[in-house]
Ligand binder design. Sequence first.
Ligand code: ATP
Ligand code: MG
Length: 344
Amino acid sequence: DMSPMSPPSKDLVAHLDHLCLEIFKTRCAEDSGLRDRAEIRDDLLMWLRQFYRDIDLHLFGSSLNGFGGKSSDIDMCLTFQSNGTGEGLNFPALVEEIQHALKGHKSVYQLVAITTAKVPIVKFAYGRNRIQVDISLYNRLGIMNTQLLHAYSIIDPRVRPLVYMTKNLAKTTGIGDASRGSLSSYAYSLMSLYFLQQVSPPVIPVLQELSDPDVGVKVETVDGANVYFYRNQDKLDDVWPHRNENKSSLGELWLQLLEFYSSKDFHSSQRVVCIRKKDPLYKFDKLWTSTNICIEDPFDLNHNLGSGLSKRMNIFIVKTFQKAIKHFSSFPKRDGMPLEKYYF
Ligand code: ATP
Ligand code: MG
């Protein structure tokens, strides 16, 4: 095994570049997969409109954020056209009603309503492939953060493969399930983007800090949060002249990302993973006293995505990143297993 700090050999980097692209291609939803998701949405919307005439059903999460995989769930959010903000609605009761309405649908299996969670949802498996669907209510910030993540996904061709690598690592090592005390995919996507902003030179900008000369500095508010971010991709180079300054390859960036979250440096610095600004944000600034990893939601600034972590799980996550450095640095095989097969 090579020491993590010594620069990786040319052969290793070439191998990792190839591996990252292979894993990306394998996990990435094909266009047909995305079409299926829209069709499932349309089917459920038609069905539910028998019961509620004026509803809309919005896709969000990885069906639209650029980081979707074949095994991703489908995140949907239900709203009423006659009620823009959801004010005055009893969400837990409504979630139970929706569950009831879905009972007769022939493609819906394993239907449950989760009414006691902070975000009440209806959860079920759909169709022959039993694809997992979550329907929440008025998750308007979810729709906005989906747009933000999508904007990042198209800035540089290295962004998507790297986020897939992190999500893949999380899902295959048992650190990627928030309902079991670890972190959600969304949290790992934010961690990947934060690394790409903080690496020197940066691979991506901080879109929430770029102002659009055509639009001016604008505050857009949804549910009390400022959801402004720079959207004019065609003119991004005018306001952020650093595109392509970072020449590292995918494989190099992947090792650097693993080192970033493995290092004592990061964990002892008391920094918060925060993609909305470039300057460091400290746990102290937020009055977040946890020694665990803290991840600030880019819009809901009071929300720490790491708040559900136990000390034990936090250690397990860091260990997993450290083990991954060793794993991905051992070239080309480990225990006779081809590297390509290792994380599936
Ligand atoms: P996957 O491909 O694994 O489904 P994903 O990008 O859809 O990944 P999810 O974790 O399913 O990520 O999250 C989907 C959406 O749900 C996110 O865009 C976010 O809006 C919301 N979300 C998920 N986890 C949290 C959380 N812990 N706090 C707030 N919002 C969350
Ligand atoms: Mg999802």
